[in-house]
Design a protein around this ligand. Structure first.
Ligand SMILES: [Zn+2]
Ligand SMILES: [Zn+2]
Length: 274
């Protein structure tokens, strides 16, 4: 299995960090987890096009995790060789979001159908499945388990454990530690988590920024979740505030106080294989 951090940024614009998105590759299987700002550019930099994806899974409906889902849908459609559905999984509400995206794309869809009358005879084909904690599903060769995460007041939010060929990875999304996330992580090889440095956030004198303190795992909390779950590797992403160049060792050292396994973090397109 291999994961590539396609976007390590947050809603705050950062020219070096695309929005939340991670690519999982296992054998011939490829899954995109979340679809934030710039996802298709980063995906192509990782050598993968939307038509090559087995599916897209979404952790929650915060804009920074879905803002470029429209680009994934359109690019998959215009590069497709037939009406093969793009499969999208997400929490309750994802259907409404995708319906809204498709509705916003109506002018574009009509232009392209009109212009490519011989070669593009199908509309964007999207199959959307709403999932809830406790669900399991098979995405081709991948076995996926859905777990609850705690990102309140944002609800519903979910994490995913993906299993293939005796290997597994958990995508915790945004949120605080909780028993359900612990259960999802237990015994997994790799755990990917959004992280926040609360010491740095507290230095920003902005009420709207300080509000985020109560619904993100700190670096320490992510490391503690990794340790409780007995995972081998903790992958940290979605750095709040944006991690500065040269700060990587500082963030890693904070996590290492609570977790003795491998710690991965870095710029967009950082990857780890196991
Ligand atoms: Zn986020
Ligand atoms: Zn969020």
């Amino acid at each position: 299995m291999k994961i590539t951090l396609l976007g390590t940024g947050t809603p705050m614009p950062n020219p070096d960090r695309a929005g939340a998105a991670t690519l999982l590759e296992s054998g011939t299987q490829r899954v995109l987890v979340d679809a934030g700002r710039g996802v298709v550019m980063r995906l192509s930099a990782a050598g993968v096009l939307p038509v090559m994806l087995n599916g897209v899974i979404i952790t929650h409906l915060h804009s920074d995790h879905i803002t470029d889902l429209n680009d994934v849908i359109t690019t998959q459609w215009i590069m497709s060789s037939g009406p093969t559905p793009l499969r999208i999984y997400g929490p309750i509400g994802i259907k409404r979001v995708v319906d809204g995206i498709l509705s916003s794309l109506e002018p574009d869809i009509s232009y392209r159908l009109e212009h490519h009358q011989d070669s593009l005879t199908w509309r964007p084909t999207v199959s959307v499945t709403e999932v809830a904690p406790g669900d399991t599903f098979q995405l081709d060769e991948l076995h996926v388990t859905v777990g609850r995460t705690d990102h309140q007041p944002v609800e519903p939010t979910v994490g995913y454990r993906i299993h293939h060929d005796d290997k597994s990875v958990v995508f915790g999304g945004d949120g605080l530690p909780c028993p359900e996330l612990d259960a999802l992580c237990s015994g997994s090889d790799v755990y990917v988590q959004t992280v926040m440095r609360d010491d740095l956030v507290r230095q920003v004198p902005n009420k709207r920024f300080l509000d985020i303190l109560d619904y993100h795992s700190t670096v320490e909390q992510a490391a503690q979740t990794a340790a409780r779950g007995g995972v081998k590797t903790l992958v940290m992403t979605h750095y709040i505030p944006g991690m500065q160049r040269g700060q990587e060792d500082e963030w890693r050292e904070i996590a290492a106080r609570h977790f003795s396994g491998t710690i991965v973090l870095g710029d967009d397109l950082t990857s780890t294989t196991w």
